[in-house]
Design a protein around this ligand. Structure first.
Ligand code: HEC
Length: 460
């Protein structure tokens, strides 16, 4: 039984109302997204109760008791569950109670009739049975080879698509809550896929998927903006993300428990990587800095890059660790891939950029992603300028450019080298996965990352 107050307040009534009119879309939904939807969404239905769509939110779960009784907070089970008794509340389960302001917002909204003011455009809902449909290829932001080289995971809209790595067909769609997927990474043993994304300006989310059965293990809402740059510790025990609220966070992979938080950056943190032994974490940011932290103490240790004003040029988008070494490759707005050592061997002198080991030749435009071959002999970076994409392969030892991957390519945002170092996958603006031979630079194959169904085009 769904109860919605049938009347909408008229303009005069609204003008007369002294209490602020609470909007579901503007006020209530962000609270629910940040605190509840991680456990109450199509891919994870705690208590068989769904909060990602409005009807579900009003309805009941396994208890059979309506969560929301419009106009009557006292009769609403949801209110009972979020109201603290002795400082503890039933929901959000296992977490601190909602702030009193947030709780009051929900109570007031129910009091005022629990109306849905979600704009039509924001109503689309997707789940495994109703995956997104595409009338044209989506912009792709992330691609990753599985550790066994058999699978390519690629970001779509509201989902990650699993493709056979030879391009012979799609076989899995991991449909989740986040509209935009920014970054994906397989666990070192390939059994799990960590996904970072969100809905810009509303929600950030870390998803953890079990690859074999394609089930969501957990989803963690993170702040109110996208999250980026997910990485695994070498032992597969931890994952780290960079956040649109400038923080860098780390989680225990098995449980999703947050174990690391640092807010040292002055702008969005866009990528992360762990040190060789997993004891340290590195992040890069739009604030142009590369920062080093100790995982255990959550302490900021050092700026890997120079701190001299003017020495840094433009935000940094990507970081990858040199296999087997505590050295990283970074790339960003200045178009020059650079290798830095993580741990300072000399005290800092003002004006130095001591940790920098090497610059590779500059690429056109901005660099969006960087990678290594597993033998650490080759470094790869992709960049984009005016809609064109470039992928350059460098010789680590000499610092020289070995080759440019065969084009023409559209803007490229993400690359992944196959575990046998023979192929490289790149994705970007045109929605295709492009495979190149890493030795010759020749194009092997291009295929659509997601199924496109043009005949049902209702919107352009
Ligand atoms: C960490 C996971 C988790 C989070 C976060 C969470 N829930 Fe739940 N919720 C559950 C589980 C699991 C159940 C099933 C009952 C139980 O195990 O306590 C449940 C049950 C419920 C029910 C009862 C459904 C029914 O009819 O049986 C409501 C209502 C509810 N949650 C509301 C919320 C609200 C509101 C929030 C956010 C403020 C929230 N939950 C956050 C896991 C969660």
């Amino acid at each position: 039984m769904i109860l919605i107050a049938p009347t909408l307040a008229t303009a005069e009534e609204l003008a007369d109302t002294p209490a602020k009119q609470v909007s579901y879309f503007r006020d209530v939904r962000p609270i629910v997204q940040a605190n509840c939807q991680g456990c109450h969404q199509p891919a994870k239905r705690g208590g068989d109760y769904l909060m990602t769509d409005f009807q579900g939110l009003l309805a009941s779960g396994e208890s059979g008791t309506a969560a929301v009784v419009a106009g009557n907070p006292a009769e609403s089970y949801l209110v009972e569950l979020i109201t603290p008794v002795d400082g503890k509340s039933e929901m959000p389960k296992g977490k601190a109670p909602l702030s009193e302001t947030d709780r009051q917002t929900i109570v007031q909204w129910i009091e005022q009739g629990a109306k849905d003011d979600t704009p039509e455009s924001a109503k689309a809902q997707y789940d495994a049975e109703h995956p997104p449909t595409y009338v044209r290829p989506p912009v792709l932001t992330s691609v990753a080879f599985s550790p066994d080289g058999a699978t390519l995971a690629v970001s779509g809209y509201h989902e990650v698509v699993l493709q056979k790595a030879d391009g012979s067909g799609e076989f899995g769609r991991l449909v989740g809550m986040s509209e935009r997927i920014e970054s994906i990474a397989f666990s070192p043993d390939g059994s799990q896929l960590a996904v970072a994304g969100g809905s810009p300006g509303r929600l950030g989310e870390l998803q953890m998927w079990d690859v074999t059965d394609r089930k969501l293990a957990y989803s963690i809402p993170v702040s109110y903006d996208n999250v980026y740059g997910v990485s695994w510790s070498p032992d597969g025990k931890f994952v780290a993300i960079g956040c649109g609220d400038n923080s860098v966070r780390g989680y225990e992979a098995a449980t999703g428990k947050q174990v690391f938080f640092n807010g040292a950056h002055g702008d969005w943190a866009l990528d992360t990587v762990f040190s060789k032994d997993g004891s340290h974490l590195v992040s890069v940011s739009r604030d142009m800095a590369v920062k080093l932290y100790e995982v255990k103490t959550q302490r900021f240790v050092d700026n890997v890059t120079s701190i001299t004003p003017g020495a840094l040029k433009g935000g940094i988008n990507a970081v990858a660790r040199f296999p087997g070494e505590d050295q990283v490759l970074i790339g960003g707005a200045d178009g020059t891939p650079k290798i830095y050592r993580l741990f300072r061997e000399k005290a800092r002198k003002i004006g130095d950029d001591f940790n920098k080991i090497k610059d590779f030749p500059e690429m056109p435009g901005r660099i969006y992603d960087v990678a290594f071959t597993s033998d650490a002999k080759k470094a790869v970076a992709c960049s984009s300028l005016d809609g064109d994409g470039f992928v350059h392969v460098f010789d680590v030892e000499s610092g020289k450019k070995l080759l440019e991957l065969e084009g023409p390519l559209h803007a490229i945002y993400s690359i992944s080298v196959s575990p046998d170092n023979k192929r490289i996958a790149s994705v970007g603006f045109d929605g295709k996965i492009v495979l190149h031979d890493l030795e010759s630079g020749k194009q092997l194959k291009q295929f659509a990352a997601v199924p496109i169904s043009p005949q049902t085009a209702s919107t352009k």
